[in-house]
Design a protein around this ligand. Structure first.
Ligand code: ZN
Length: 254
């Protein structure tokens, strides 16, 4: 395990462009439950009934009451954990260039990463259906449901509902980042869902090293990823960053 941490730190040090692909596993330690899988939100709430754009347009109040209210409560309180903080540190050190994320919590930006490609938008912001003005989710009062913009338009989360397209620009930028990187860190995601699933494949086919950080092996393990560091995102990323800084210091002293 320690050997893999050391190896990752070395691999990061010699690379010229590092990209991270992150998923729900990066945010669980911030108290954000996953949508999919065991214990996920979609076990409790039928996404077709509450997270589809048609459902929202038909009855915004219902979707606000059942789904968005609960998500707002969770996201308003969430703070970056060691995984987010570590990735922001890697950017500061000039190692990490961008993050591609499936998460909508905005925690990578809150931690300080400047180039975050979001497939599913960002729940930390709401957008007015009428004038498209954006307002931070934590500023939205729930006294009236659905909440409204000062212009009277209904507010919706600035993230992608079922039945909506992944923003084409984000898709394009993520393909480019995956194609150009020489190391991809896949963290806290089994990368089963498109289009995220395709990014490690693009990276691998373009000759990049694909390093996986997940609690268990995934369909990527042993096929797409070069190696897996088993463990929770926060702990492993923190250990990697400590080792990277240690190696940088040793080089400086040498
Ligand atoms: Zn408005």
């Amino acid at each position: 395990m320690d050997d893999l941490i050391k190896k990752t730190a070395k691999d990061l040090a010699v690379s010229s462009k590092v990209v991270a692909l992150t998923g729900a596993g990066v945010s669980v330690e911030s108290g954000i439950p996953p949508f999919r899988g065991k214990g996920g939100l979609w076990e409790k709430i039928d996404p077709m009934e509450f997270a589809h754009i048609d459902a929202f347009m038909r009855n915004p109040a219902k979707v606000w009451n059942i789904l968005i209210r609960e998500m707002k409560d969770i996201v308003d309180k969430a703070r970056p954990n060691d995984a987010h903080i570590g990735l922001a540190r890697l950017e500061k050190l000039g190692i990490l260039s961008s993050i591609i994320t499936q998460n909508v919590d905005g925690l990578h930006q809150m931690a300080g990463n400047s180039d975050v490609i979001e497939f599913h938008g960002n729940f930390a912001w709401q957008k007015c259906l009428a004038c498209e003005r954006k307002i931070e989710t934590f500023r939205v009062s729930l006294d009236e449901i659905p909440p409204k913009c000062s212009c009277g338009g209904i507010l919706r989360p600035d993230c992608v509902f079922f039945g909506e397209m992944i923003p084409p620009e984000e898709l394009m930028r993520s393909r480019k980042a995956s194609y150009e990187c020489d190391v991809m860190l896949v963290i806290g995601t089994s990368a089963l869902v498109q289009p995220a699933a395709y990014m490690p494949v693009i990276a691998k086919e373009s000759g990049a090293l694909v390093i996986e950080i997940n609690p268990e092996s995934t369909p990527l393990t042993g096929s797409i990823s070069d190696y897996l560091i088993k463990g929770n995102a926060g702990k492993i990323v923190k250990e990697i960053v400590t080792e990277v800084e240690h190696q940088m210091q040793s080089r400086k002293n040498a």
